[in-house]
Design a protein around this ligand. Structure first.
Ligand SMILES: [Zn+2]
Length: 273
């Protein structure tokens, strides 16, 4: 699932590539177009001829803004939504849901192998996109200082992993980076927020900012160095998430993996308390 660091890369890269370009044609894949929460013919008509101004991000949503305003293309990629930016002549990509053919010869293609993504076209995402209005501040929001974070945390008593992934608490964190943040903070995912000492609360805040800032820089650097196309992710740098058969990089204990509800949580029983 793309989370804050990967979506930041998409935001900046798509803005750099496509700002000022006109959508000449919109091509839907009828078998996969149901990720679009909008009548398909209207989706095509509304977007054709629009000039992209910029891509913004709010939590795990990407928002495509156009020069003439009016509507915002809002995308929640969920598990497997990906954006490709490529030449129109490039071979078809698997799981393509729709293609925005831009002026020049480039495409923005949206892919989703699991069809869990949600795509909206609306003048007002806060009104029309479920859960959008309830989003908490972005996890890297400059205004979300330690004091503001601790104040919000006081209202949440549940398991830390769930608290971090609660988009109404702070937005942008999913399964993978929640594991990384809790590893960095030395806190167990199933620990309840209500049991944290003041020092542990401050550690959680510092770990959240540090892990996400570092990952954002790292993800961008890998992409810029030609490490992978835009629609692929490289998370080989993660320390604990997905490392179920490895040893803890901090203390050498075997990494624990807990699988529940189709998701996996990774942590170290020895150095996360
Ligand atoms: Zn450890």
């Amino acid at each position: 699932m793309p989370e804050l660091p990967e979506l930041e890369l998409l935001r900046t890269a798509l803005t750099r590539y496509a700002a000022g370009k006109t959508i000449g044609t919109v091509v839907l894949n009828p078998k996969r177009a149901f990720v679009i929460r909008y009548p398909p013919q209207d989706f095509v008509r509304e977007l054709t001829g629009r000039v992209l101004d910029r891509v913004e991000r709010r939590g795990k949503f990407l928002l495509f803004q156009f020069r003439d305003g009016g509507v915002t293309l809002t995308v929640n990629p969920m598990l497997a939504g990906r954006f490709a930016y490529c030449s129109r002549a490039a071979p078809p990509l698997p799981a393509t849901c729709f293609v925005l053919q831009l002026s020049g010869a480039e495409d923005i293609r949206f892919l989703d192998a699991t069809l869990g993504a949600r795509v909206y076209l609306t003048p007002d995402p806060a009104r029309d996109v479920p859960s959008f209005a309830a989003l908490g501040p972005d996890a890297l929001d400059p205004h979300l200082d330690e004091t503001a974070f601790l104040e919000r945390l006081r209202r949440h008593r549940g398991e830390l992993k769930n608290v971090l992934r609660n988009q109404a608490f702070v937005s942008g964190i999913g399964n993978a980076y929640a594991d990384e943040i809790l590893f960095a903070a030395g806190l167990r995912p199933l620990r309840r927020a209500s049991t944290l000492t003041p020092e542990e609360r401050r550690r959680l805040y510092a770990a959240m900012r540090e892990v996400l800032s570092h990952a954002t820089v790292r993800v961008r650097a890998t992409y810029e160095a030609g490490g992978h196309p835009l629609h692929k992710q490289d998370r080989s740098f993660l320390l604990i998430h997905g490392k179920g058969k490895s040893l803890c990089p901090r203390c050498g204990h075997r990494v624990s993996a807990v699988h529940a509800g189709g998701e996996s949580t990774y942590f170290c029983r020895a150095c996360q308390r």
